[in-house]
Design a protein around this ligand. Structure first.
Ligand code: NAD
Ligand code: IPM
Ligand code: MN
Length: 367
Protein backbone atom coordinates (compact mmCIF):
# COMPACT_ATOMS: atom_id res chain seq x y z
CA UNK A 1 0.00 0.00 0.00
CA UNK A 2 1.20 3.48 -0.85
CA UNK A 3 1.01 6.34 1.61
CA UNK A 4 -0.09 8.81 -1.07
CA UNK A 5 -3.72 9.72 -0.50
CA UNK A 6 -6.04 8.69 -3.30
CA UNK A 7 -8.87 11.20 -3.51
CA UNK A 8 -12.13 9.82 -4.95
CA UNK A 9 -15.11 12.02 -5.85
CA UNK A 10 -18.40 10.19 -5.59
CA UNK A 11 -21.67 11.66 -6.86
CA UNK A 12 -24.50 10.19 -4.78
CA UNK A 13 -27.96 10.00 -6.39
CA UNK A 14 -30.32 8.19 -3.98
CA UNK A 15 -33.50 8.70 -6.05
CA UNK A 16 -36.89 7.11 -5.38
CA UNK A 17 -38.52 4.35 -3.35
CA UNK A 18 -35.98 2.17 -1.57
CA UNK A 19 -33.13 4.06 -3.29
CA UNK A 20 -32.33 6.42 -0.37
CA UNK A 21 -32.45 3.59 2.17
CA UNK A 22 -30.09 1.24 0.29
CA UNK A 23 -27.75 4.09 -0.68
CA UNK A 24 -27.49 5.18 2.93
CA UNK A 25 -26.48 1.60 3.87
CA UNK A 26 -23.93 1.59 1.05
CA UNK A 27 -22.40 4.86 2.26
CA UNK A 28 -22.02 3.53 5.80
CA UNK A 29 -20.18 0.56 4.35
CA UNK A 30 -17.99 2.79 2.20
CA UNK A 31 -17.09 4.89 5.22
CA UNK A 32 -16.09 1.96 7.42
CA UNK A 33 -14.29 0.19 4.56
CA UNK A 34 -11.98 3.14 3.80
CA UNK A 35 -11.38 4.42 7.34
CA UNK A 36 -7.69 4.24 8.10
CA UNK A 37 -6.68 3.63 4.47
CA UNK A 38 -5.04 5.97 1.98
CA UNK A 39 -8.40 6.56 0.32
CA UNK A 40 -10.18 9.82 0.91
CA UNK A 41 -13.77 9.99 -0.31
CA UNK A 42 -15.58 13.20 -1.20
CA UNK A 43 -19.36 12.84 -1.44
CA UNK A 44 -21.70 15.12 -3.37
CA UNK A 45 -25.42 14.35 -2.91
CA UNK A 46 -27.88 15.52 -5.56
CA UNK A 47 -31.57 14.81 -6.17
CA UNK A 48 -32.84 12.70 -9.07
CA UNK A 49 -36.25 11.24 -9.87
CA UNK A 50 -39.28 12.55 -7.98
CA UNK A 51 -37.22 14.57 -5.52
CA UNK A 52 -35.64 16.49 -8.41
CA UNK A 53 -39.02 16.84 -10.11
CA UNK A 54 -40.63 18.33 -6.99
CA UNK A 55 -37.75 20.75 -6.45
CA UNK A 56 -36.76 21.60 -10.02
CA UNK A 57 -39.45 20.30 -12.42
CA UNK A 58 -37.13 17.77 -14.08
CA UNK A 59 -35.96 14.24 -13.19
CA UNK A 60 -32.34 15.36 -13.35
CA UNK A 61 -30.76 18.79 -13.68
CA UNK A 62 -28.08 19.72 -16.21
CA UNK A 63 -25.68 20.44 -13.36
CA UNK A 64 -26.17 16.92 -12.01
CA UNK A 65 -25.39 15.44 -15.44
CA UNK A 66 -22.24 17.60 -15.54
CA UNK A 67 -21.32 16.54 -12.01
CA UNK A 68 -21.65 12.89 -13.09
CA UNK A 69 -19.15 13.48 -15.88
CA UNK A 70 -16.71 15.07 -13.45
CA UNK A 71 -16.99 12.39 -10.74
CA UNK A 72 -14.80 9.32 -10.35
CA UNK A 73 -17.86 7.30 -9.42
CA UNK A 74 -21.63 7.75 -9.40
CA UNK A 75 -23.67 5.80 -6.87
CA UNK A 76 -27.27 5.64 -8.07
CA UNK A 77 -30.10 4.23 -5.91
CA UNK A 78 -33.27 3.79 -7.94
CA UNK A 79 -35.84 5.71 -9.92
CA UNK A 80 -39.50 5.00 -10.43
CA UNK A 81 -42.77 4.20 -8.73
CA UNK A 82 -46.39 5.13 -9.41
CA UNK A 83 -45.98 8.92 -9.03
CA UNK A 84 -42.86 8.89 -11.22
CA UNK A 85 -44.68 6.81 -13.87
CA UNK A 86 -47.61 9.25 -13.86
CA UNK A 87 -45.38 12.33 -14.20
CA UNK A 88 -43.35 10.71 -16.96
CA UNK A 89 -46.44 9.80 -18.96
CA UNK A 90 -48.07 13.19 -18.69
CA UNK A 91 -44.92 15.32 -19.01
CA UNK A 92 -43.00 13.26 -21.57
CA UNK A 93 -39.83 13.95 -19.53
CA UNK A 94 -37.07 11.39 -19.86
CA UNK A 95 -36.02 9.58 -16.70
CA UNK A 96 -32.76 10.46 -14.93
CA UNK A 97 -31.23 7.02 -15.35
CA UNK A 98 -31.54 6.95 -19.13
CA UNK A 99 -30.25 10.54 -19.36
CA UNK A 100 -27.23 9.62 -17.24
CA UNK A 101 -26.53 6.59 -19.40
CA UNK A 102 -26.64 8.78 -22.50
CA UNK A 103 -24.56 11.63 -21.09
CA UNK A 104 -21.83 9.33 -19.81
CA UNK A 105 -22.16 7.19 -22.95
CA UNK A 106 -22.29 4.11 -20.78
CA UNK A 107 -21.80 1.13 -23.06
CA UNK A 108 -21.03 -1.84 -20.83
CA UNK A 109 -22.98 -2.80 -17.75
CA UNK A 110 -21.35 -5.51 -15.65
CA UNK A 111 -23.85 -7.46 -13.54
CA UNK A 112 -22.30 -10.17 -11.34
CA UNK A 113 -24.63 -12.82 -9.93
CA UNK A 114 -23.78 -15.46 -7.37
CA UNK A 115 -25.60 -17.66 -4.95
CA UNK A 116 -24.98 -16.78 -1.32
CA UNK A 117 -24.95 -19.02 1.75
CA UNK A 118 -28.47 -19.75 2.98
CA UNK A 119 -30.07 -17.67 0.19
CA UNK A 120 -30.35 -20.90 -1.76
CA UNK A 121 -33.38 -21.55 0.47
CA UNK A 122 -35.17 -18.46 -0.90
CA UNK A 123 -34.23 -19.14 -4.49
CA UNK A 124 -37.13 -20.87 -6.23
CA UNK A 125 -34.53 -23.25 -7.64
CA UNK A 126 -33.56 -26.35 -5.69
CA UNK A 127 -30.45 -25.63 -3.67
CA UNK A 128 -28.46 -28.29 -5.54
CA UNK A 129 -29.23 -26.33 -8.73
CA UNK A 130 -28.58 -22.79 -7.48
CA UNK A 131 -25.66 -23.42 -5.14
CA UNK A 132 -22.23 -22.17 -6.22
CA UNK A 133 -23.65 -20.23 -9.16
CA UNK A 134 -21.21 -17.46 -10.02
CA UNK A 135 -21.62 -15.64 -13.30
CA UNK A 136 -21.37 -12.18 -14.79
CA UNK A 137 -23.76 -10.74 -17.34
CA UNK A 138 -22.15 -8.09 -19.52
CA UNK A 139 -25.03 -6.03 -20.85
CA UNK A 140 -24.59 -3.66 -23.79
CA UNK A 141 -25.98 -0.38 -22.46
CA UNK A 142 -25.88 2.22 -25.22
CA UNK A 143 -27.93 0.84 -28.06
CA UNK A 144 -30.54 -1.62 -29.22
CA UNK A 145 -34.21 -0.99 -28.75
CA UNK A 146 -33.50 1.48 -25.91
CA UNK A 147 -32.13 4.11 -28.27
CA UNK A 148 -33.02 3.06 -31.83
CA UNK A 149 -35.06 5.47 -33.98
CA UNK A 150 -37.80 5.85 -35.00
CA UNK A 151 -39.60 5.51 -31.72
CA UNK A 152 -43.15 6.75 -31.93
CA UNK A 153 -46.85 6.00 -31.83
CA UNK A 154 -48.64 6.73 -35.10
CA UNK A 155 -52.23 6.71 -36.25
CA UNK A 156 -52.67 4.26 -39.09
CA UNK A 157 -56.29 4.33 -40.21
CA UNK A 158 -58.37 3.75 -37.10
CA UNK A 159 -55.48 2.07 -35.27
CA UNK A 160 -52.67 3.34 -33.06
CA UNK A 161 -49.38 1.75 -34.02
CA UNK A 162 -46.36 1.98 -31.71
CA UNK A 163 -42.88 1.56 -33.14
CA UNK A 164 -39.58 0.91 -31.34
CA UNK A 165 -36.44 0.26 -33.32
CA UNK A 166 -33.78 -2.30 -32.51
CA UNK A 167 -30.59 -0.98 -34.05
CA UNK A 168 -26.91 -1.87 -33.56
CA UNK A 169 -23.75 -0.74 -35.29
CA UNK A 170 -20.75 -3.04 -35.53
CA UNK A 171 -18.81 -0.55 -33.35
CA UNK A 172 -21.41 -0.75 -30.55
CA UNK A 173 -21.21 -4.55 -30.62
CA UNK A 174 -17.46 -4.63 -30.93
CA UNK A 175 -16.56 -2.46 -27.92
CA UNK A 176 -18.76 -4.33 -25.45
CA UNK A 177 -17.61 -7.69 -26.86
CA UNK A 178 -14.00 -6.79 -26.26
CA UNK A 179 -14.74 -5.85 -22.67
CA UNK A 180 -16.62 -9.13 -22.12
CA UNK A 181 -13.74 -11.12 -23.64
CA UNK A 182 -11.19 -9.36 -21.46
CA UNK A 183 -13.31 -10.24 -18.45
CA UNK A 184 -13.60 -13.86 -19.63
CA UNK A 185 -9.79 -14.00 -19.84
CA UNK A 186 -9.57 -12.99 -16.19
CA UNK A 187 -12.08 -15.69 -15.20
CA UNK A 188 -12.66 -19.10 -16.83
CA UNK A 189 -11.93 -18.13 -20.47
CA UNK A 190 -15.52 -19.06 -21.34
CA UNK A 191 -17.92 -16.62 -22.94
CA UNK A 192 -21.51 -17.22 -23.94
CA UNK A 193 -23.02 -14.61 -26.25
CA UNK A 194 -26.79 -14.48 -26.60
CA UNK A 195 -28.87 -13.13 -29.48
CA UNK A 196 -31.80 -13.93 -31.75
CA UNK A 197 -29.77 -14.39 -34.92
CA UNK A 198 -32.40 -16.84 -36.11
CA UNK A 199 -34.95 -14.00 -36.34
CA UNK A 200 -33.34 -10.57 -36.14
CA UNK A 201 -31.03 -8.65 -38.46
CA UNK A 202 -29.34 -7.13 -35.39
CA UNK A 203 -28.88 -10.67 -34.05
CA UNK A 204 -27.07 -11.72 -37.22
CA UNK A 205 -24.75 -8.71 -37.07
CA UNK A 206 -24.22 -9.29 -33.33
CA UNK A 207 -23.17 -12.90 -33.90
CA UNK A 208 -20.85 -12.16 -36.80
CA UNK A 209 -19.07 -9.26 -35.03
CA UNK A 210 -18.60 -11.25 -31.81
CA UNK A 211 -17.31 -14.27 -33.75
CA UNK A 212 -14.85 -12.15 -35.72
CA UNK A 213 -13.39 -10.47 -32.62
CA UNK A 214 -12.96 -13.77 -30.81
CA UNK A 215 -11.33 -15.35 -33.87
CA UNK A 216 -8.92 -12.48 -34.45
CA UNK A 217 -8.06 -11.15 -31.01
CA UNK A 218 -9.18 -13.58 -28.30
CA UNK A 219 -8.15 -17.02 -29.52
CA UNK A 220 -7.83 -18.15 -25.91
CA UNK A 221 -11.51 -17.42 -25.14
CA UNK A 222 -13.97 -20.25 -25.75
CA UNK A 223 -16.95 -18.57 -27.36
CA UNK A 224 -20.38 -20.14 -27.54
CA UNK A 225 -23.45 -18.53 -29.12
CA UNK A 226 -26.88 -19.30 -27.74
CA UNK A 227 -30.29 -18.05 -28.74
CA UNK A 228 -31.54 -15.77 -25.99
CA UNK A 229 -34.73 -17.75 -25.35
CA UNK A 230 -32.86 -21.03 -24.92
CA UNK A 231 -30.24 -19.26 -22.78
CA UNK A 232 -32.88 -18.25 -20.21
CA UNK A 233 -34.06 -21.86 -20.08
CA UNK A 234 -30.51 -23.19 -19.73
CA UNK A 235 -29.70 -20.59 -17.06
CA UNK A 236 -32.52 -21.83 -14.87
CA UNK A 237 -31.73 -25.48 -15.63
CA UNK A 238 -28.08 -25.20 -14.69
CA UNK A 239 -26.70 -21.78 -13.64
CA UNK A 240 -23.25 -23.26 -12.97
CA UNK A 241 -22.87 -23.88 -16.72
CA UNK A 242 -22.32 -20.13 -17.23
CA UNK A 243 -19.46 -17.80 -16.38
CA UNK A 244 -19.36 -14.64 -18.53
CA UNK A 245 -22.47 -13.92 -20.60
CA UNK A 246 -22.61 -11.18 -23.25
CA UNK A 247 -26.02 -9.76 -24.09
CA UNK A 248 -27.55 -6.81 -25.88
CA UNK A 249 -29.35 -4.07 -23.97
CA UNK A 250 -32.79 -5.68 -23.78
CA UNK A 251 -31.76 -9.33 -23.44
CA UNK A 252 -29.24 -8.31 -20.76
CA UNK A 253 -31.94 -6.48 -18.83
CA UNK A 254 -34.26 -9.50 -18.93
CA UNK A 255 -31.52 -12.01 -18.21
CA UNK A 256 -30.22 -10.19 -15.15
CA UNK A 257 -33.59 -9.96 -13.40
CA UNK A 258 -34.08 -13.64 -14.18
CA UNK A 259 -30.67 -14.38 -12.69
CA UNK A 260 -31.78 -12.52 -9.55
CA UNK A 261 -34.02 -15.47 -8.84
CA UNK A 262 -30.97 -17.75 -8.85
CA UNK A 263 -29.27 -15.54 -6.27
CA UNK A 264 -32.44 -15.59 -4.14
CA UNK A 265 -33.50 -11.95 -4.53
CA UNK A 266 -33.20 -9.08 -6.95
CA UNK A 267 -32.07 -7.04 -3.95
CA UNK A 268 -28.73 -8.88 -3.93
CA UNK A 269 -27.42 -7.79 -7.34
CA UNK A 270 -24.99 -4.89 -7.90
CA UNK A 271 -23.78 -3.49 -11.21
CA UNK A 272 -21.05 -1.24 -12.58
CA UNK A 273 -21.00 0.49 -15.94
CA UNK A 274 -18.24 1.90 -18.10
CA UNK A 275 -18.68 4.85 -20.44
CA UNK A 276 -17.01 6.44 -23.43
CA UNK A 277 -17.52 10.07 -22.40
CA UNK A 278 -15.37 10.05 -19.25
CA UNK A 279 -13.66 7.66 -16.85
CA UNK A 280 -16.58 7.83 -14.43
CA UNK A 281 -17.71 4.40 -13.22
CA UNK A 282 -21.46 4.26 -12.71
CA UNK A 283 -22.68 2.03 -9.89
CA UNK A 284 -26.30 0.99 -9.45
CA UNK A 285 -28.03 -1.98 -7.92
CA UNK A 286 -29.93 -3.98 -10.55
CA UNK A 287 -33.23 -3.65 -8.70
CA UNK A 288 -35.67 -0.75 -9.02
CA UNK A 289 -37.52 1.52 -6.62
CA UNK A 290 -39.44 -1.44 -5.11
CA UNK A 291 -42.52 0.71 -4.39
CA UNK A 292 -44.28 -2.27 -2.78
CA UNK A 293 -41.85 -2.21 0.17
CA UNK A 294 -40.59 1.40 0.12
CA UNK A 295 -40.85 3.04 3.55
CA UNK A 296 -41.23 -0.28 5.41
CA UNK A 297 -37.48 -0.73 6.18
CA UNK A 298 -37.66 -4.14 4.52
CA UNK A 299 -35.31 -3.36 1.64
CA UNK A 300 -32.29 -5.55 1.16
CA UNK A 301 -29.20 -3.30 1.11
CA UNK A 302 -26.82 -5.94 -0.25
CA UNK A 303 -27.10 -4.99 -3.95
CA UNK A 304 -26.16 -1.40 -3.12
CA UNK A 305 -23.48 -2.50 -0.64
CA UNK A 306 -21.89 -4.72 -3.29
CA UNK A 307 -21.87 -1.65 -5.58
CA UNK A 308 -19.43 -0.17 -3.06
CA UNK A 309 -17.27 -3.30 -3.35
CA UNK A 310 -17.35 -2.86 -7.15
CA UNK A 311 -16.43 0.82 -6.71
CA UNK A 312 -13.40 -0.08 -4.58
CA UNK A 313 -12.33 -2.63 -7.16
CA UNK A 314 -13.07 -0.77 -10.40
CA UNK A 315 -12.38 2.84 -9.36
CA UNK A 316 -9.80 2.54 -6.57
CA UNK A 317 -8.11 -0.75 -7.56
CA UNK A 318 -8.53 -1.87 -3.95
CA UNK A 319 -9.60 -5.48 -4.50
CA UNK A 320 -8.47 -6.17 -0.93
CA UNK A 321 -11.11 -3.82 0.51
CA UNK A 322 -13.74 -5.09 -1.92
CA UNK A 323 -13.06 -8.60 -0.69
CA UNK A 324 -13.53 -7.55 2.93
CA UNK A 325 -17.02 -6.26 2.05
CA UNK A 326 -17.92 -9.45 0.22
CA UNK A 327 -16.69 -11.53 3.17
CA UNK A 328 -18.70 -9.42 5.61
CA UNK A 329 -21.85 -9.90 3.50
CA UNK A 330 -21.18 -13.63 3.35
CA UNK A 331 -20.69 -13.90 7.11
CA UNK A 332 -23.78 -11.85 7.90
CA UNK A 333 -25.91 -14.06 5.69
CA UNK A 334 -24.32 -17.18 7.17
CA UNK A 335 -25.22 -15.93 10.64
CA UNK A 336 -28.88 -15.93 9.54
CA UNK A 337 -29.49 -12.16 9.42
CA UNK A 338 -31.82 -11.79 6.46
CA UNK A 339 -34.34 -9.28 5.19
CA UNK A 340 -37.81 -10.63 4.22
CA UNK A 341 -36.96 -11.02 0.51
CA UNK A 342 -34.39 -13.65 1.51
CA UNK A 343 -36.59 -15.35 4.03
CA UNK A 344 -35.82 -13.49 7.26
CA UNK A 345 -37.34 -10.85 9.50
CA UNK A 346 -34.38 -8.48 9.77
CA UNK A 347 -34.76 -4.86 8.73
CA UNK A 348 -32.48 -3.08 6.33
CA UNK A 349 -30.86 -1.49 9.42
CA UNK A 350 -30.21 -4.83 11.18
CA UNK A 351 -28.51 -6.25 8.11
CA UNK A 352 -26.51 -3.07 7.45
CA UNK A 353 -25.31 -2.93 11.06
CA UNK A 354 -24.29 -6.56 10.94
CA UNK A 355 -22.30 -6.04 7.74
CA UNK A 356 -20.68 -2.83 9.02
CA UNK A 357 -19.72 -4.56 12.29
CA UNK A 358 -18.15 -7.45 10.44
CA UNK A 359 -16.16 -5.15 8.15
CA UNK A 360 -14.79 -3.41 11.26
CA UNK A 361 -13.89 -6.74 12.78
CA UNK A 362 -12.32 -8.15 9.60
CA UNK A 363 -10.27 -4.99 9.13
CA UNK A 364 -9.06 -5.00 12.73
CA UNK A 365 -7.71 -8.56 12.49
CA UNK A 366 -3.94 -8.73 12.15
CA UNK A 367 -2.97 -9.78 8.59
P1 NAD B 1 -38.28 -3.54 -8.69
O1 NAD B 1 -36.91 -4.04 -8.89
O2 NAD B 1 -38.43 -2.19 -8.14
O3 NAD B 1 -39.09 -4.56 -7.77
C1 NAD B 1 -39.36 -5.91 -8.17
C2 NAD B 1 -39.59 -6.77 -6.91
O4 NAD B 1 -38.34 -6.98 -6.26
C3 NAD B 1 -40.53 -6.12 -5.89
O5 NAD B 1 -41.31 -7.11 -5.28
C4 NAD B 1 -39.57 -5.52 -4.87
O6 NAD B 1 -40.08 -5.41 -3.58
C5 NAD B 1 -38.40 -6.50 -4.93
N1 NAD B 1 -37.15 -5.80 -4.62
C6 NAD B 1 -36.47 -4.97 -5.44
N2 NAD B 1 -35.41 -4.46 -4.80
C7 NAD B 1 -35.43 -4.98 -3.56
C8 NAD B 1 -34.59 -4.82 -2.43
N3 NAD B 1 -33.50 -4.04 -2.44
N4 NAD B 1 -34.91 -5.51 -1.30
C9 NAD B 1 -35.97 -6.31 -1.26
N5 NAD B 1 -36.81 -6.50 -2.30
C10 NAD B 1 -36.54 -5.83 -3.43
O7 NAD B 1 -38.99 -3.64 -10.13
P2 NAD B 1 -40.44 -3.16 -10.60
O8 NAD B 1 -41.44 -3.42 -9.53
O9 NAD B 1 -40.63 -3.76 -11.94
O10 NAD B 1 -40.27 -1.59 -10.79
C11 NAD B 1 -40.68 -0.61 -9.83
C12 NAD B 1 -40.28 0.77 -10.34
O11 NAD B 1 -38.85 0.86 -10.39
C13 NAD B 1 -40.76 1.07 -11.76
O12 NAD B 1 -41.13 2.43 -11.82
C14 NAD B 1 -39.56 0.79 -12.63
O13 NAD B 1 -39.54 1.54 -13.82
C15 NAD B 1 -38.42 1.20 -11.71
N6 NAD B 1 -37.13 0.53 -11.95
C16 NAD B 1 -36.04 1.30 -11.72
C17 NAD B 1 -34.77 0.74 -11.86
C18 NAD B 1 -33.59 1.60 -11.54
O14 NAD B 1 -33.75 2.71 -11.08
N7 NAD B 1 -32.38 1.12 -11.74
C19 NAD B 1 -34.64 -0.60 -12.17
C20 NAD B 1 -35.80 -1.37 -12.37
C21 NAD B 1 -37.04 -0.79 -12.24
C1 IPM C 1 -32.37 -1.68 -15.23
C2 IPM C 1 -33.74 -1.05 -15.32
C3 IPM C 1 -33.77 0.04 -16.38
C4 IPM C 1 -33.56 -0.59 -17.75
C5 IPM C 1 -35.04 0.89 -16.40
C6 IPM C 1 -35.40 1.43 -15.06
C7 IPM C 1 -34.92 2.01 -17.38
O1 IPM C 1 -34.70 -2.03 -15.55
O2 IPM C 1 -31.37 -0.96 -15.16
O3 IPM C 1 -32.27 -2.92 -15.20
O4 IPM C 1 -34.52 -1.07 -18.38
O5 IPM C 1 -32.42 -0.59 -18.19
MN1 MN D 1 -33.97 -4.06 -15.35
Amino acid sequence: MTDTTQHIRVLVLPGDGVGPEVVSSALEVLDVAVTGTSLSIELDHQPVGMEAFRKHGVFIREQTLDAACNADAVLFGAEGGADWDAVRLTSGLQGALLQLRQRLQLYANIRPIRSWPLCTSTSPLRSDVSKNADLVIVRELSGGVYTGLPRETRRVGDQSVAVDTQSYSSEQISRVSRLAMQLAKRRSHNLVSIDKANVMETGRLWRSVVTEIARNDFKDVQLEHLYADYFLYALIQNPRRFDVVLADNLFGDLASDCAGAIAGSLGLLPSASYGLATRTVFLEPVHGAAPDIAGTHRSNPIGAILCVAMMLEHVCQRDDLALVIVKAVEQSLESGISTPDIGGTATNRDLTESIVGRIRWLRSKPK
